[in-house]
Design a protein around this ligand. Sequence first.
Ligand code: ZN
Length: 138
Amino acid sequence: MSYIRPSLDALEEPFWSYIQKGRLSIQRCAACGQFRHPPQPICARCSSFDDEWVEVSGQATLYSFTVVHHPVHPAIESWVPYATGVVELAEGVRMVSLITGIALDRIRVGMKLKCAFKRMAPDFQLPVFEPAAATEAA
Ligand code: ZN
């Protein structure tokens, strides 16, 4: 079975390594505490090269989304239509993710989400976001 994996570089490897352990961890500046995503080699706020990886709450707010009707790769042909969006984590950074666990016509900007994991292969999973409360999914 074919599936898509991220291309890993030294900056992104920790993010994906934690995801495979079921943990959403975000890079944070070790000098000033600024979270940043995607990972960067230097802090945009204080110019420090020192960073650390911190497990975050997984709580987020939906900032923007779209419903995809055209599969961009044969491996996800069976997914369409599906929702992908920009979520803003409680820690202040934004990330792109699938939005799951809710009917597409019920997704709303501003809704509260929580991180979950979608297994793609025995050794690989993706972070996804789903409604934080059952009332949001109803
Ligand atoms: Zn900093």
